[in-house]
Write a protein that binds this ligand. Sequence first.
Ligand code: GNR
Ligand code: NI
Length: 167
Amino acid sequence: MALLHVLQFPDPLLRKKARSVVNVDDNVRKIVDDMFETMYEQVGVGLAAIQVNIQQRIIVMDVSENRSQPYCFINPEIIIREGVQYETEGCLSFPGVFDKVERAAKIRVKALDKEGKSFELDAEDILSICIQHEIDHLDGILFVDHLSRVKQERARKKLEKMRRKEY
Ligand code: GNR
Ligand code: NI
C-alpha cells in the first residue's frame, strides 16, 4: 500500500475529467487500496481518484463514526434523485474551508464494486452528500463551484492566507 499526494485548490489537475474504468483489474484494486489508505490517513470521509491525480472514475468513502464501513464505487452513476438538503461541506483539497451546499436529499447510485460486480445503493444524509461531492470531483467540479461568487472569493482568500502562514 502507498500514501498518495492529495492535490489542493487551485491545482488545474482538479479540473480534469475522469474516464470510465474499462476493466476492474488488480491495477484498479491497488489504486482503491492506496486511496483508502490515503483517505484514512487524511481523516476524510471520502476521496475521488481525481484528487490524487488519477483520471479514472473511482471513489472511496467511509462515513461511519468508527471508520469501519468502507465503500468503493467504480464508474458511479446517480440513477434517482429526490428532495433537497442543504448542509455544510468540507474538502481535502480545500483545507479549512467549509460552507453549505445544496444537494439532492436521497439518491440511488449504481456502480461497480472492487470485483467489477454491478450494485445499487440507496443513500441519504451524509452518505448521499458525500457520493454527490465525490462524483462532482470525477467531473472536475469542486464544492465551491456551488457557492456564490462572493463566497468563492472568500474561500480562495482564506486558502491563500493559510498558505502564507504555513511557509
Ligand atoms: O472529508 C470530507 N468531508 C466532507 C464533509 C462534508 C461533505 C463532503 C465531505 S467530502 C470530504 C473529503 C473530500 O474532499 N472528498 O472529496
Ligand atoms: Ni472533496
